[in-house]
Design a protein around this ligand. Sequence first.
Ligand code: NDP
Ligand code: MG
Length: 383
Amino acid sequence: MKKRIAILGSTGSIGTQTLEVISEQPEHFEAEVLTAQNHWELLVQQAIRYNPNAVVIGNEAYYKNVSEALKPHDIKVFAGSKALNEVVEMHTVDMVLTAIVGSAGLLPTIHAIKANKPIALANKETLVVAGELISTLTLEHEVPVLPVDSEHSAIFQCLCGEYTNPIEKLILTSSGGPFRGKKIAELQHITKREALKHPTWTMGQKITIDSATLMNKGLEVIEAKWLFDVNFDQIEVVVHPQSIIHSAVQFTDGSIKAQLGLPDMKLPIQYAMAYPERLSTHYPRFDFAQIGQLTFEKPDVSTFRNLQLAYDAGRKGGNAPCVLNAANEIAVQAFLQDKIGFLQMSNLIENCLKSIPFEKNITLEILTETDIETRKFAEKQLK
Ligand code: NDP
Ligand code: MG
């Protein structure tokens, strides 16, 4: 039986790579649902090629374009963000791969969990904003969450067969981003073009900027906390510029298990989709002797302040990580629109964390309000 996958965000970097995996493993997977926000033409092309049961175009203005283009095909077409919550519940969906960017991924993920669909989770913002809520829901519905993020996939792989063994420490590796080694003064006039060049990974714009500021690693620390049920003191970040060790786990006997490979997101995507199986691939193999050396260093959190801000917000808990995430989404967008400089992103986020009222006990309603309030406050600061 083929696994029928709903890909939320099929037109993005993770989404298109997921479709490549499906093309390479046609006897194992098929695309059941595809969704996009604005790239309707690509969505249509994908739908014609992969013949899903349904597609969703988030931006309702493009509904007509999509439905007309797909008229000759037997594919259901829906529009609007609410439709995302409905398609994930379809009985023909076997797994939901969440590759939407930002907190927009939260609600459809909640709906998928409530409909008992296994989740392949790329959208890390979901766990940053609502880690506690999602963890409770997945336990209640006994729904597996398979990490797609390469670091978390690595940790997950290291933990296979270790279910009763306590974790001493998770070691999250980071490439360090394109500005590794640079000091504050050199970061003052960074342009978005420079920030959009990642040394080892090709990704969507938001996560590429997050990688340059180390916010991506900060979000991943919070993601790891919820996926693996550890506390923040048990999560260490190590800069490893070659991105060969994808992350590691240290157990209480002092032994460390790591997962290695060439940086290619198709591997963790496929692993999450096929788990517990490993499917054969023809991707290039890592050659130790050819690479020669792997290097490691401490992250520079006084220059790349976002990583520290994320640890602090994560430790504080409540709605603080939700504030962090919303402020960061606004900051990245403003940087990409040349409204603020590279270093000002951290200032804006810090300002939001100081100004938005803290709520210890959270509900989905409180998180939704916090998200809206933070975005409003951050936008005001930009004026
Ligand atoms: P992209 O920006 O490349 O793609 C985002 C996808 O989400 C697109 O299909 C986009 O549609 C859709 N989308 C954007 N906004 C909305 C919205 N408001 N509602 C519904 N759909 C929306 O992002 P990435 O693929 O790089 O990243 C996706 C997620 O995966 C992020 O959370 C990221 O952190 C995580 N991730 C990504 C990695 C990577 O290598 N890229 C690695 C690890 C994690 P459209 O194309 O129409 O705009
Ligand atoms: Mg990652």
